[in-house]
Design a protein around this ligand. Structure first.
Ligand code: GRF
Length: 201
């Protein structure tokens, strides 16, 4: 399974996925990083890991559709079969979603549909939930709204700060994303309407 990861920031999930694929024998390859922030740490990580990068500056395009059309061309040229959004801080439009619906997933640091959008760990802390977690879902046109594939919970402790809770959430992300990619690579995930079923064992 050929994968493109889209990321804008640190890229710890990108690295965790690449390393899990190598170390755990997941039948997949991350063949491209797509990044909208030239200075992002994820770009250095891709370089060290030997993953080619499609780097672009959104400001040099008039519309989102224009840079997305270019991305779609690159994905097609590389034969990419699955897109993984891992900290890609932009909304995607139909230009990307339509050709890749059912083949594009996102990782989110909360138990959706709670706390969509940005700073989800802080939102969870401020709300006072006792349980939060991580969600991996298919991407549709909305913000963090698509069909859910996998979720894992993380307990909130009384003494937690955004940093301490964020660290535990991140650690779970680094397990759940590779696990979900394995299921997809092994063809165990079916999307029917908005319902996802997973064949285990
Ligand atoms: C993760 O929490 C991911 O769920 C969210 O953005 C963050 C990216 O972290 N969408 P990193 O860049 O992979 O460290």
């Amino acid at each position: 399974l050929k994968i493109a990861v889209f990321a804008s920031g640190s890229g710890s999930n990108f690295q965790a996925l690449v390393e899990a694929i190598w170390g755990q024998g997941i039948p997949a390859t991350v063949s491209l990083l797509v990044c909208d922030k030239p200075g992002a740490r994820v770009v250095q990580r891709a370089e060290s890991l030997g993953v080619p990068t499609h780097l672009f500056n959104p400001k040099s395009y008039e519309t989102r559709e224009a840079y997305e059309a270019e991305i779609v061309d690159r994905l097609r040229a590389e034969g990419v079969e699955l897109i993984v959004l891992a900290g890609y801080m932009r909304l995607v439009t139909a230009t990307l979603v339509e050709p890749f619906y059912g083949r594009m997933i996102n990782i989110h640091p909360a138990l959706l549909p709670s706390f969509p959008g940005v700073r989800s760990v802080r939102q969870a802390l401020e709300y006072g939930v006792k349980l939060t977690g991580v969600t991996v879902h298919f991407v549709d046109g909305g913000m963090d709204t698509g069909p859910i594939i996998a979720q894992k919970s993380v307990e909130v402790r009384e003494e937690d700060t955004e940093d301490s809770l964020g660290e535990r959430v991140h650690a779970i992300e680094h397990e759940l994303l590779p696990q979900t990619v394995r299921w997809i690579a092994e063809d165990r995930v079916t999307l029917n309407d908005r319902k996802v079923s997973i064949r285990l064992g």
